[in-house]
Ligand binder design. Structure first.
Ligand code: GDP
Length: 536
């Protein structure tokens, strides 16, 4: 379908709503300052009371937004919700990604719903393990990334070395947009390389900073006096090094994910945050056209379209229901709208649509491309499903990550057998785990397969809190799984070595579990007619 044909010329209102939206996620290694930066963004947007609850979420305090004890205990955020804020005419949708690598599959799904990402680095630590992993996930999606190098008030690494590290480890060009002046503890602020402004840092007065000083450029005679000769000389030296060493900022390369603009600052001291937020709004793309197998979808088209990127049950103990989070991609969402789910070939009336903050749900009457809405519609929406008022399309082939951890879940309380099964089924639908049924007559217990180990803890905790089932995990030694098909389409026949296990997934697909790379290679050699895949 050609988007131009279906767009009325008078849809200026929709176009305006699209162009003022910025939907992004913040990625970082734990402790780099993601929560602090989110909190400061909320402060700028005037959402002071919300800023406090972001902090409470990350700290171990008990508040309404801490809906899961697990999150508090681990100090990590497992759910992905969207924070919304209005700032200077923009609507910001900040998607929360889990920080821990064990939830990278969840992160990937959330990034499918984001139009860009902000990467926060600790200036003393540079690229850390989790930054790298999350970056790779962004890279797979090709999302544009803005970088904020945080904690400049503390002694950190040399800024040039940090840029070099981004380029070397992440393989992406890093272009400084501002440059730190003076090293901690005498950090003086940042020089805005594009706007020729000196933003001066002041630690006192409740972390406020002095008004920026406009200068004509690095050669401005006012600068040495402003900064002191030594800091000025260093800035001049750095600037000359930079001009030879780094590329010019290129919007096209930023948008295709091969170049990241880099900003320095200190989230805790609220320094450089406003300039960074303004840059995010200026550079990060508004919702863009998305490619689908059925053609390019213009966000400003009249047809409403969105896709489900996350499912979660029992968010609110008062409403024990399941919410599907839909990213709106085109058109306008209106309450009570009738949409098609092409997978089921079924129409669904979206009468129960909500926005979430923590546990609180607020009914939504309208939403625009870039927005995220939570839809309650039992059994009708799965991860990856499209909802549309138009012709069937496939938005998002949301990939499944190969499981690497396997365990048997043991439920000792036979009286809660039904709840146990229901819980497992629900968690599988949410994409938290996969349940595999062993075909071994002697070992019938269902096997739970997960991408990250912590997912088992989440499953145990949620089974207990939401289903009243106290289960135990018995770890199995398998290190990987392969989904099996025969090349001729027939039911595959195979010879298994004794340590391996043959199972069925929920769609009756045949899966084998193996204990080592060597065992897998041997299996392949013994069964040359089979097609093996890492996921279903
Ligand atoms: P997250 O795990 O990435 O969400 O990190 P947090 O935002 O919770 O920050 C981790 C720690 O770093 C906290 O103790 C913050 O107070 C501290 N922190 C955050 N930003 C800064 C900063 O700009 N300077 C300094 N010195 N500390 C910071």
């Amino acid at each position: 379908m050609n988007a131009a044909q279906e767009t009325k010329p008078d849809n200026k209102g929709l176009k305006k709503e699209v162009s003022r939206r910025r939907t992004f996620a913040i990625i970082s290694h734990p402790d780099a300052g993601k929560t602090t930066l989110t909190e400061k963004f909320l402060l700028y947007a005037g959402a002071v009371e919300l800023a406090g609850s972001v902090r409470a979420r990350a700290s171990q305090q008990h508040t309404a937004s801490d809906w899961m004890t697990m999150e508090r205990q681990r100090g990590i955020s497992i759910s992905a919700t969207a924070l919304e804020m209005e700032y200077q005419g923009f609507r910001i949708n900040l998607l929360d990604t889990p920080g821990h690598q064990d939830f990278s599959e969840d992160t990937y799904r959330t990034l499918m719903a984001a139009d860009s990402a902000v990467m926060v680095l600790d200036s003393a630590k540079g690229i850390e393990a989790q930054t790298e992993k999350l970056f790779r996930v962004c890279r797979m999606r090709g999302v544009p990334i803005l970088t904020f190098i945080n904690k400049m008030d503390h002694p950190g690494r040399d800024p040039l070395a940090l840029l070099d590290e981004i380029e070397r480890i992440l393989g992406i060009a890093a272009v400084p947009m501002n440059w730190p002046v003076g090293e901690a503890p005498s950090f003086q602020g940042v020089y805005d390389l594009r706007g020729n402004k000196m933003l001066r840092f002041q630690r006192t007065e409740h972390n406020r900073f002095r008004a920026p000083v406009q200068v004509s450029g690095i050669d401005d005679p006012a600068l040495p006096e402003l900064l002191g000769q030594a800091a000025y000389d260093k800035l001049v030296e750095d600037a000359s090094l930079l001009s030879g060493a780094v590329a010019e900022f290129d919007l096209v390369r930023f948008l295709n994910g091969t170049m990241t603009p880099v900003f320095f600052g200190s989230a805790l001291n609220n320094f450089g945050v406003e300039a960074f937020l303004n840059a995010v709004l200026e550079l990060a793309p508004a919702p863009v056209a998305r490619e689908t197998e059925q053609g390019v979808i213009d966000p400003a088209s009249d047809t409403f379209r969105g896709f489900v990127f996350k499912l979660q049950a029992n968010i609110d103990p008062r409403h024990r229901d399941r919410m599907a989070f839909v990213r709106v991609c085109s058109g306008k969402f209106e309450k009570d709208m009738l949409v098609l789910n092409p997978r089921l070939k079924q129409e669904i009336r979206l009468s129960r649509a909500f926005k979430l903050f923590g546990r609180e749900r607020v009914s939504v009457d309208e939403a625009f491309p870039g927005d995220v809405i939570g839809v309650v519609s039992p059994g009708l929406l799965s991860i990856g499903d499209t909802v549309t008022t138009g012709k069937p399309i496939d938005f998002a082939k949301i990939p499944v990550f190969p499981p690497e951890h396997f365990a048997i879940l043991v439920n000792d309380d036979v009286t809660r057998f039904k709840q146990f099964n229901k819980g497992l089924e629900q968690l599988e639908e949410e994409g938290a785990i996969q349940v595999l049924n062993s075909e071994d007559a002697l070992r019938r217990e269902p096997i739970v397969a997960a991408v990250g180990e912590l997912q088992f803890d989440v499953v145990l905790s949620r089974l207990e809190e939401e289903y009243g089932v106290k289960a135990r995990v018995q770890r199995l030694g398998f290190c990987g799984a392969r989904w099996i098909r025969a090349s001729d389409g027939a039911i595959p026949r195979m010879s298994l070595s004794t340590g391996m296990r043959r199972c069925r997934d929920k769609n009756d697909g045949i899966v084998v579990l193996y204990n080592s790379k060597w065992e897998l290679e041997y299996f392949q050699k013994e069964n040359p007619g089979l097609i093996l895949s890492e996921t279903s």
